[in-house]
Design a protein around this ligand. Sequence first.
Ligand code: FAD
Ligand code: SIN
Length: 536
Amino acid sequence: MTVGSEASYDVVIVGSGAAGLTAALNLAERCRVLVLAKGGLSEGSTAWAQGGIAAVLEEGDSFADHVRDTMVAGAGLNDRDVVEFVVEGAPAAIERLAALGVPFNAGEAAERWHLTREGGHSHRRIVHVDDATGWAVQQALERAAALNPNITLRPHMVAVDLVTGRHAETPSADRRVRGVYAVNKETGRVELFTGRATILATGGAGRAYLYSTAPRGATGDGIGMAWRAGCRVSNMEFMQFHPTCLYNLETKNFLITEAVRGEGGHLRLPGDGHRFMPDFDPRAELAPRDVVARAIDHEIKRLGLDYVHLDISHLAPEFVEAHFPTIHAKLLGLGIDMRQEPIPVVPAQHYTCGGIVVDRNGRTDLPGLYAAGECTESGLHGANRLASNSLLECFVFGEAAAKHILAHADDLPPPPPIRPWDESRVTHSDEEVVVHHNWREIRRFMWDYVGIVRTTKRLERALRRVELLRAEVDEYYGHFRVTPDLIELRNLVEVAGLIVRSALARRESRGLHYTLDYPEMLPNAVDTVLTPPAHG
Ligand code: FAD
Ligand code: SIN
């Protein structure tokens, strides 16, 4: 099904993380695939993942237990069929990664893998590569993709918008997606990439918040693009805050993996060393993340603290060093010896549970458009993601989308002639300060008004600011050449609006969405689904 010209591929994938590369490797058996990344190939969240990948591998564990734990964390909002589909796909996904050369830590004696434990899991279930699992996975996927002649990797290309019928040389109302326009960071020019199918695998939107464990590129670009093209977006109010991000004035977004608590680390108050989690939940430090993050937030606000302590110094120093070599080395460089002293930590935004609505095959609302990974809302996570279920979702849905495209390859029409990007009516910006100011402003008010504990009044304040910024950004976008920063800002405003509107629509507290105005959980679990106005 090859199309021909230089910029035409069978499938265009936006994103080179776990979801994008998994889809590419599966498609490349029969298709010519293009993978775009807006920075280096390893600059997404995948490479930063520490803890690992959840899979039922321990004796005595069962799919039913993993499904139950996922749904307990998700506060009843998960789609059970999807949860079963992903959980049951986990062991095979781990095998495929091992076959690609991911050096998962071995277990003792009869156990093939070492399994660590994380909050909300009733069993040891997390397969890992020390405390830097994501880096090992990313490198294995990249190696395999680079060796595959059917995969073209194009880093430093920033997708701007999806191409549909309105971009055709003979414009039409056809909503079928035909590829993307993307800015080449080296030349600054916008290039056109067409395909019979397009997959968004652009990761999350964590950088809408001032403090986030996510990399700088997590600006919700895929969610923004899909929404503008006419896709529904769901459950954006469920932003996950990781309880233990390092508190350090210079290093603002370094995660301390949940596995530190999983292996026995305790959360303590800095003054008297009181271990406070048992006061909040019988599961103590291993309660689901929303519970732990809220407890820390409560203690920080109650006592006027800057941080709390995460302490694993009561375990043998050799054990700590062997299990957490990356974190230990990083902290030592900052003057903290985790073998002997506690680590100062605060909650920070970590994961975007909501996103583009997809079905079990990764299909979105638009023909020809698929999505996988953190940019989606597949029904797996519900109101709160269970730790280490997200890499897993990338592998299962990356493969599912690829399989669906392969199965329907003959039905996917080639794109019609598409117009090149038109820059005739814009000029170079003379006011870059607007972009940088607005970036900072969004991230600040999202942190202050749309954080761990919310109120309707604060959300309304945030909405007023989003609307003001949106008008400014739209005006700016209409007049000036697109730049990577402007593209990200435009998407950040879009997703900030989606988060705030979803949060206002939910008149209860459930999972990650906690509001003082509606502290109770309603009897029925209902998704928040937003439909783009022009397509509603
Ligand atoms: P990403 O890996 O984020 O990749 C996104 C890709 O899209 C990148 O290549 C990026 O360049 C590209 N992209 C984005 N926008 C554009 C654009 N406009 N144009 C072109 N390309 C674009 N999950 C677990 O299951 N276990 C863990 O242990 C774990 N630890 C984590 C630790 C940290 C610090 C963080 C931040 C997350 C962690 N997570 C973990 C979550 C998990 O890493 C992510 O959910 C997952 O990696 C997302 O993969 P993805 O393929 O969807 O997106
Ligand atoms: C961690 O290692 O704590 C992160 C795990 C995850 O986000 O799933």
